[in-house]
Design a protein around this ligand. Structure first.
Ligand code: GLP
Length: 233
């Protein structure tokens, strides 16, 4: 793992932006994208730039089950607001939160990933070491699936909702196996509350108790962390 320590999320976003630029120069066609507060500085740098994604494809990691694309808490909406409105891709895929047939939806998404191999995958990390919505206990080789969210993730994401009860209890998420097929993985983490997860991901055993530890088995991973997130390494 190539670890880059930065002073803050602003500098991290700039470094991540440079990695995006290199990927484009390298002819990358498919970008795996993530939501959450972590990638926002990257998306700001992308939208402020003159980079062009109009002939590229994006595939998002996950979506809450039950939220429509125009629901402001949905990941569809997040991506429109933070990136796609200003920087459109030729095609952007996000799981369909309103799909009621989970098997059909997860199969549809796996087919999309198989048809569009990911060149650069962006990741954040949950406090419990989750990536996408692959919670502790998820198989490290899994494909897209419907996941029950853990209480820790519900609590962490409650800040975006009016009441804790409004946080969806399930999500559709790309699996760790699908994430591992990306040619290059870029994980970002900022702040003290990510320090434990980063320490376990980098130095701990590879275990499905810490889903991000699977990245130790990938040969091209870059991690951008600020000093607080790196403080337990
Ligand atoms: C959510 C998302 C993850 C994200 C994580 C951390 O659970 N499904 O993709 O990495 O939150 O979010 P944040 O970047 O806001 O800390």
């Amino acid at each position: 793992m190539n670890i880059i320590t930065v002073k803050d999320a602003q500098e991290g976003g700039q470094k991540a932006f440079n990695i995006f630029k290199e990927a484009l120069a390298d002819n990358a066609k498919v970008f795996g994208l993530a939501t959450g507060s972590t990638p926002i500085t990257l998306y700001e740098a992308l939208t402020a730039s003159d980079l062009d994604f109009s002939d590229k494809t994006s595939i998002n990691l996950d979506e809450y089950v039950g939220l429509a694309p125009d629901n402001p808490q949905s990941y569809h909406y997040f991506m429109q607001q933070h990136l796609f409105n200003k920087k459109p891709f030729a095609t952007s895929y996000v799981p369909d939160g309103l799909a009621t047939d989970a098997d059909a939806e997860t199969q549809r998404y796996d087919d999309i990933i198989a048809a569009n191999p990911i060149d650069l995958q962006i990741l954040g990390i949950g406090r419990n070491g989750h990536i996408g919505f692959n919670e502790p206990g998820s198989p490290l080789t899994g494909k897209t699936h419907k996941v029950p969210l853990t209480q820790s993730t519900i609590d962490a994401n409650a800040r975006f909702f009016e009441n804790e009860e409004d946080v969806p209890r399930f999500a559709y998420s790309m699996g760790i196996g699908s994430i591992m097929t990306a040619k290059h993985i870029l994980l970002m983490a900022y702040g003290e509350n990510k320090a434990d997860a980063i320490q376990k991901m980098v130095e701990g055993p590879v275990t499905n108790h810490v889903p991000a530890s699977a990245l130790q088995n990938h040969n091209n991973v870059t991690i951008i962390v600020d000093e607080a997130a790196a403080s337990k390494l």
